[in-house]
Design a protein around this ligand. Structure first.
Ligand SMILES: NC(=O)C1=CN([C@@H]2O[C@H](COP(=O)(O)OP(=O)(O)OC[C@H]3O[C@@H](n4cnc5c(N)ncnc54)[C@H](O)[C@@H]3O)[C@@H](O)[C@H]2O)C=CC1
Ligand SMILES: Nc1nc(O)c(N)c(N[C@@H]2O[C@H](COP(=O)(O)O)[C@@H](O)[C@H]2O)n1
Length: 735
């Protein structure tokens, strides 16, 4: 207990910033094998006669049915709510069913050993409730100290890493982490357990990835690879996690309940074969999602059938993947081997040593790019804030934007992006051309401009204060008058008495109709000229809307860097107000640091966060209001029914707030929703940049749902085409 408290008081959990997927995957792999080993051990204890064989059959049945329940949960079979029910409750129901199943027919004659239990609220041994620590000799207390140190290391690692994995980047969490408080609390429970002489309640409960997984609310979306055989397919995506303390409390109360007489009788009915099967299910499921397994599977796959979006495909040296896996397997082997010996308690030391090995030794052979693709931070920057951020990312990267490269006074970019979205002049550099898929280095360079979801990447020297609007974007190459009919006459007032603001839908797409390489990857499509046009458009609107997906993926600035004289950026009054459309309230305070920084430094208007009924997250609300922004709760949004946003309500609310013109930039889901027949009436004009490049299947496509087979989904009129740099811009109205 005391050692845990020392760890909490000294902020020792900050060392978690060095823990990456590398060591977490090894630990997860190890835990999966421990489950499998435990299952086998339970079975081997069933003798060699009928009970043994029946136990094997029952264990395999639990494994197959439990596994299938998981498969059904993520398949397109049945209605969504039935699938979710099967996924969440299939395994416990299987345990109940098979506990009864072994009493059918001839199986009744086989005497199976069941879960051993003791008397209600009574220690396993016939002793008092308390350990008589006052009778222990002083010498023995000192002998216990090295073991206590080992146990503390074990708990520190086991608990924190389980916690990191349970808050992994795959879970869209909104509530902040509390590693230091957790370790303090763990000290208390360890102390109490020590006094009672019972096992320490550490590690996987309740910090279990299974727990977070079961709290995930999923939604069904179109398969991003919607082509060929995949056309019409849907995939299940996690929308949000029901973050609360009720299930943890219920879990604790149930554990207490299992000590009561009636529940002990129920537990005692469960055959050990069923439990073995349960261990197998947990082991197989943990193995299946483990990074080591996924990498091995990648290497085994037919290369021509691996999707282009697979990040490992971008690694030039295939040997690097083999070596990385081999190192992980050696780490796993060593950890597993030590647990089979008398020195088992020392196994965390091996995993602990893997962390400095990853930080200092691996970069000597692997390149930065290889390590970025093979390894990643376990938890999102948002979660890692409470331990001082991920290694290699300063807190400034999380809270405020990355500023320009030293020696480059023009480039001021969004967190870590290599894109040339800002500050580029019309004279396109070779590098710029390559970014867009033209000239030498094309393709490679474009890929480098991707930003992996949740990472801020760069570690530049902080330069106070960030000057986002120091690099004006001149527009001398565009005759703005051409665009005039498609723009609001006056961005801040509307004399026509219209009920809704003027809405300009504008985005950049590739020749194959996609706006980015994949969801969550910012992709540079516009050239410098069309990008400058976008900044001009921004200056002509009072607001800009982007969806939560774009806000999270791009960390956008959403201000204008347009300059009329090529020297000064237009004034604050011509900056648009950013609106983030986040109907399910999925955004957290760690997202969009650039928007907040711009608002704080007066270089952009304070953002407005639009959520639907009671989806407000208190921390995010405070963050938004803290920079002078607003929170709008508008309409309802049912993630299960794909009815989309109530655009009428959103636009009316904006109008009430004095926003007379708004430009909607994306991303994919927002554009598709707005282009649906029922929403087209809200669009005043469409201005689309088409870049001379193909992104290839699998990106974010702009294809609204078809409502009738006989006609075009969207018909345009007043169409104008304008070549601009290497791109072409189309402006039109919707009929
Ligand atoms: N080339 C371009 O001009 C642009 C490209 N992008 C790219 O688009 C990608 C992001 O697109 P998506 O992943 O589709 O995210 P998105 O930006 O469309 O946001 C989707 C999320 O926003 C919420 N949402 C808000 N309004 C919604 C509505 N009316 N209907 C459905 N969901 C709504 C939902 O919670 C959903 O999860 C990024 O990679 C970004 O870089 C984004 C804007 C412009
Ligand atoms: N016009 C245009 N062309 C592209 O190629 C783009 N990727 C985008 N993206 C949009 O611009 C936002 C970034 O804005 P900041 O430069 O950070 O202000 C991004 O979030 C998309 O909305 N647009």
């Amino acid at each position: 207990m005391i050692m845990h408290w020392i760890l909490a008081i000294t902020n020792a959990c900050n060392a978690l910033k060095y823990v990456t997927r590398f060591s977490c995957d090894i630990f997860g792999f190890y835990v999966a094998f421990i489950y499998l080993q435990k299952g086998i051990q339970v079975l081997t204890r069933q003798g060699s006669e009928a009970p043994f064989y029946l136990s094997i059959v029952v264990a395999l049945l639990v494994l197959v049915i439990g596994y299938l329940c998981g498969v059904i949960g993520t398949s397109p079979l049945f209605q969504h709510y039935i699938r979710v029910f099967i996924k969440d409750y299939g395994t416990p129901l299987t345990v109940i069913f098979l506990t009864g199943f072994v009493h059918i027919g001839k199986m009744r004659e086989v005497s199976l050993s069941t879960l051993p239990t003791s008397k209600a609220f009574f220690p396993t041994l016939d002793r008092g409730w308390f350990i008589h620590f006052w009778d222990i000799r002083v010498g023995d207390v000192f002998i216990a100290i090295p073991f206590a140190i080992l146990l503390t290391i074990l708990f520190y690692f086991d608990h924190n890493v389980s916690s990191l994995i349970a808050q992994g980047t795959e879970f869209p969490l909104r509530k902040p982490a509390g590693f230091h408080w957790d370790i303090f609390l763990l000290g208390i429970t360890t102390g109490v357990a020590g006094l009672l002489g019972i096992p320490f309640p550490n590690g996987l409960i309740p910090q279990a990835p299974f727990h977070t997984d079961s709290l995930c609310v999923t939604k069904v979306v179109a398969d991003p690879n919607e082509e060929g055989a995949n056309k019409g397919h849907v995939v299940t995506k996690v929308d949000h996690v029901v973050e609360q303390r009720v299930s943890n409390l219920a879990q604790g109360l149930l554990t207490l309940g299992t000590m009561s007489g009636p529940l002990l009788i129920v537990l005692h009915l469960i055959p050990q074969g069923v439990l073995a099967g349960l261990f197998f299910v947990m082991g197989v499921q943990a193995l299946e999602g483990n990074g080591i397994t996924l990498k091995i599977l990648f290497l085994c796959k037919d290369r021509s059938l691996t999707p282009k979006s697979e990040p490992l495909k971008r690694i030039q040296r295939r040997l690097a993947i083999w070596v990385f896996i081999a190192i992980q397997l050696v780490g796993f082997g060593a950890t597993f081997a030590i647990t089979q010996t008398i020195a088992a308690v020392g196994f965390p030391i091996i995993i602990l040593l893997l962390i400095p090995f990853r930080t200092f030794a691996l970069p000597k052979w692997f390149t930065d790019e290889e390590l970025r693709l093979l390894d990643a931070p376990t938890a999102s920057p948002f979660t890692m804030i409470s331990v001082g951020g991920n290694f290699g990312e300063s807190l400034d990267d999380l809270d405020s934007p990355v500023v320009g490269r030293s020696g480059d006074e023009t480039a001021v970019q969004s967190g870590g992006s290599d894109g040339m979205l800002v500050g580029d002049t019309a004279e396109e550099s070779d590098e710029g051309a390559a970014e867009r898929g033209e000239g030498p280095g094309a393709g490679m360079k474009r890929r480098e401009s991707w930003r992996a979801e949740g990472r801020s990447g760069s570690t530049m020297e902080p330069e106070p204060p960030p000057t986002y609007i120091s690099s004006p974007t001149p527009l001398h190459f565009l005759d703005c008058a051409i665009l005039e009919p498609y723009l609001p006459q006056n961005r801040d007032s509307n004399e026509s008495g219209a009920v809704y603001p003027h809405v300009t839908l504008t985005y950049a797409q590739s020749l194959d109709g996609q706006i980015s390489l994949q969801p969550g990857a910012q992709t540079v499509l516009s050239g410098p000229e069309t990008k400058a046009m976008t900044h001009y458009l921004r200056s002509r609107h009072a607001g800009i809307i982007v969806g939560a997906g774009t806000a999270k993926a791009d960390n956008p600035g959403l201000n204008t860097r347009y300059s009329e004289d090529g020297i000064n950026v237009v004034g604050f009054e011509r900056q648009p107000r950013p609106f983030i459309l986040d109907p399910s309230g999925s955004m957290g305070v760690g997202h969009t640091p650039k928007l907040f920084a711009l608002a704080e430094s007066g270089q952009g208007k304070p953002p407005c966060w639009i959520v639907t009924g009671s989806r407000v997250n208190e921390h995010m609300e405070n963050r938004v209001r803290g920079v002078g922004g607003k929170v709008f709760e508008v309409g309802e949004y049912d993630i299960y029914r794909e009815q989309g946003m109530d655009w009428g309500a959103v636009l009316r609310q904006m109008k009430t707030d004095g926003v007379e013109s708004v430009m909607i930039e994306g991303g994919g889901q927002v554009i598709k929703d707005l282009l649906r027949r029922k929403n087209q009436m809200y669009i005043s004009s469409v201005i689309v940049t088409i870049a001379p490049t193909y992104l290839g299947a699998g990106g974010v496509a702009v294809a609204p749902k078809r409502s009738a087979w006989t006609e075009n989904e969207v018909s345009l009129r007043g169409i104008k085409w304008m070549p601009l740099g290497q791109d072409v811009v189309m402006a039109a109205f919707i009929i």
